[in-house]
Design a protein around this ligand. Structure first.
Ligand code: ATP
Ligand code: MG
Length: 716
């Protein structure tokens, strides 16, 4: 019974409207991509405020990123005006957790001005803890402990709660003890890590039920977006808060659960109905985002997964353009093709801000960034750093800059103690003092200092070794190619080794980036011109244009939408990613496929898939096979784009590096794998559950039915 004049409700279909108006009691909106889940949440907030059921600060609304929170605030404001500004409790789990914790910090052993540790600080602290316990960090790396502890925190487990067997997995049974020691250290430093932001809230509420009750009263209505990617700690946190009033509305899509590797549990969706009996479950089936072919492709693909709740998606939009699949010779050619297509789109007035390039791993970005910078297409990297801004790349570049120009003080200072060589702040201070007094660069000061006894023998020896190495590397660069030199520098300096020993989740990615860097250097005549190129790429994006192409990983693209989406790198091993397959088998493959589904469903009007027949993996050229996800697409909705005519002829005439490539048979770009993919697709396209009706007729809806199968995880 809502005033019919509420204009904000007019933008909803009946199911969406039902989800908005069911304000009391638990509500679960379980629906596919682009069906308006986020729109439902936004309108629901507007509705709660406009009807006077809640004041802006009575509403808790959780989004996956800060960017999404900002957008939600803007959308609510556009519906009901500036009153939306009063929404103090709209944010990510982390930001809201921080806010609560600051108010009651003393009760969990912190002060209200506690600092939040980043991953680097977290690691440094872990190392100290290991050292204090006399544990050999070579054998039991700090990063391994860090990911173990993060895992426990994701599951809502404090030191006292970890299952016995698990604590034993690290340092001969010391895992639990180290966890306790780490938490104690955090308290001494008046600090919390990311996991604590929720875990300490849980502890606070368990130990102080009166405070829990305050928040249960405070948050009259709670809303959660991207619910499929919540972890156990987040789930417990929500459940505690919602227990009293039960006005919790969660929206999600099991087919877009892509953070399993970070502890997210899609089963939270199943638990919801169990923990909140009588919950209203709303299903939305009309996709408002994508044209028919894109939606067909995405639905067909995801239907190959077995672990699904199953759902229907349809669009009333026209079929639009088919999803294109383009084969490139190699990854550089792929970047070139994408660059050309973007230029062509731009010349036809397609706004750059409506174009996204979504990659599987961040190492793929380098070639694309270089290409875009070369042709002058402005871009921004969302949810991460641009390639040359990443820590490991900056470190590597710093080494090379010193090789190239020993007077580069900033570069020298960056890497003088990376990896650790015992050249700490005290040593640097001595160097600085001398450099300043003598008005010479740091390396020159160092050369002088190592001949004196100003430094203790140990740092003096280490510094001398480093200087000798730099001398040697500079000599090598007179005769060797710059990428060979880079390879040697990274190895001999111990830099590569540092990351190889590193057991953390991101170490492998950093090593891949370093290889990508070394590989990219081959394309330049010498070190100097490579370094100039880097500064150019970096500079190209300094100028502030609002119109930019967005470049990001598939993971970062959740919830977003663009007119045109480029999806490069659809090759076996890269996507699905071999590591995911090795570590998690079938579940890993299904998560990869969901990622492909997320990628496709970001597109409104055009989705463009690419694969390269040759890609360097771990520094070696490999002929690659198109992704099995290409096989998973319905023939009727894809178009195979032939590579440009000049492909096998003069196109690469001058490019000698292709001569050095791994054996590649045939003069066309078609690999056996690609033929396999085509043949396979032809065989399987018929007997599917997918039907496209009246695709030529705009009025008759195009119906796309995913397989409505029971979830293999045991859903009723
Ligand atoms: P995802 O799963 O990708 O997060 P979603 O379910 O949250 O998608 P929204 O982003 O809310 O979907 O909506 C997708 C697009 O459809 C948006 O552009 C939104 O404005 C539009 N949309 C949603 N509902 C309607 C509607 N009833 N009428 C017109 N447009 C709609
Ligand atoms: Mg959404």
């Amino acid at each position: 019974a809502v005033a019919p004049q509420s204009p904000y409700l007019s933008g909803l279909n009946p199911e969406q409207r039902a989800a908005v108006e069911a304000t009391e009691g638990p509500v679960l909106v379980l629906a596919g991509a682009g069906t308006g889940k986020t729109r439902v949440l936004t309108t629901r907030i507007a509705h709660l405020i406009a009807t006077g059921k809640a004041r802006p600060f009575d509403i808790l609304a959780v989004t996956f990123t800060n960017k999404a929170a900002r957008e939600m605030r803007e959308r609510v404001a556009s519906l009901i005006g500036p009153v939306a500004e009063g929404m103090q409790w709209l944010g990510t789990f982390h930001s809201i957790g921080t806010k609560i914790l600051r108010r009651h910090a003393e009760l969990v052993g912190l002060r209200s001005d506690f600092t939040i540790l980043g991953t680097d600080d977290q690691l440094r602290l872990m190392k100290q803890v290991l050292e204090a316990e006399g544990i050999d960090e070579k054998r039991w790396p700090a990063r391994q402990l860090a990911s173990l502890i993060d895992g426990w925190k994701n599951r809502g487990l404090g030191p006292a709660q970890i299952p016995g067997g698990e604590a034993g997995a690290f340092a001969n049974g010391k895992g639990g003890k180290l966890y306790t020691a780490y938490q104690d250290r955090l308290k001494v430093l008046n600090a919390a890590d990311f996991g604590d932001l929720l875990l300490e809230c849980l502890r606070l509420w368990r130990e102080h039920p009166d405070i829990l009750q305050q928040y249960q009263d405070r948050f009259r209505y709670m809303l959660v977006d991207e619910y499929q990617d919540t972890n156990v700690a987040q789930y417990l946190w929500l459940r505690l808060l919602a227990q009293a009033r039960k006005n919790l509305c969660c929206v999600g899509d099991d087919d877009q659960s892509i953070y399993g590797w970070r502890g997210a549990e899609v089963d939270n969706i199943l638990r919801f109905e169990h923990d909140f009996p009588g919950a209203t479950v709303v299903r939305l089936e009309r996709n408002y985002r994508s044209t028919g072919h894109i939606l067909a492709a995405a639905s067909f693909l995801i239907a190959k997964n077995q672990g699904r709740l199953g759902k229907t998606l349809r669009t009333e939009d026209e079929p639009g353009e088919k999803v294109t699949i383009t084969g490139a010779w190699d990854s550089e050619d792929e970047a070139r093709l994408i660059g050309e297509e973007i230029e062509a789109l731009h010349s036809k007035r397609h706004p750059l801000s409506e174009i996204a390039i979504l990659v599987r791993i961040s190492a793929q970005m380098r070639e694309i960034e270089d290409r875009l910078a070369n042709v002058g297409v402005p871009y921004r990297v969302i949810g991460g750093l641009r390639f040359y801004e990443r820590a490991e790349i900056r470190d590597a570049l710093a080494y090379l800059r010193v090789v190239n120009q020993p007077a580069d003080d900033l570069a020298f200072e960056r890497i003088v103690n990376v990896p650790k060589r015992g050249l700490g702040d005290a040593t640097i201070q001595v160097l600085h003092n001398h450099a300043r007094a003598a008005r010479v660069p740091l390396t020159e000061a160092a050369r002088f200092i190592v001949e004196t006894d100003e430094l203790k023998p140990k740092p003096r020896g280490a510094l001398r070794d480093l200087l000798i190495s730099f001398g040697r590397w500079a000599k090598l660069s007179e005769t060797m190619t710059q990428s060979e030199v880079a390879q040697i520098v990274l190895e001999e300096s111990g830099y590569t080794d540092m990351w190889q020993k590193d057991k953390s989740a991101d170490a492998a990615g950093r090593l891949e980036n370093l290889k990508e860097l070394v590989r990219s250097m081959e394309e330049f005549p010498d070190l100097q011109s490579f370094l100039e190129h880097v500064s150019l790429v970096m500079e190209a994006n300094e100028t502030d244009t609002t119109e930019r192409v967005s470049l990001m990983t598939l993971h970062a693209a959740k919830g977003l939408e663009f007119n045109t989406v480029f999806l490069p790198g659809w090759e076996e091993g890269l996507f699905p990613n071999q590591r995911a397959l090795d570590e998690s088998g079938r579940a890993g493959l299904e998560e990869e496929r969901r990622l492909a589904h997320v990628g496709l469903t970001r597109a409104r009007r055009m989705a463009k898939i690419y694969f390269a027949s040759n890609r360097r993996i771990h520094g070696l050229w490999n002929s690659t096979v198109p992704s099995r996800f290409v096989d998973d697409l319905p023939e009727a909705s894809v178009e195979i784009v032939e590579a440009p005519a000049n492909f096998s002829q003069g196109g690469f005439g001058g490019g000698s590096r292709f001569d050095r490539m791994a054996p590649f048979s045939g003069s066309s770009y078609q690999t056996p794998g690609w033929q396999r993919a085509q043949a396979h697709r032809a065989n399987t396209a018929s007997g599917s559950g997918y039907s496209a009706r009246g695709s030529g007729d705009r009025r008759s809806p195009m119906l796309i039915e995913g397989e409505l199968v029971a979830k293999s995880t045991g859903a009723a």
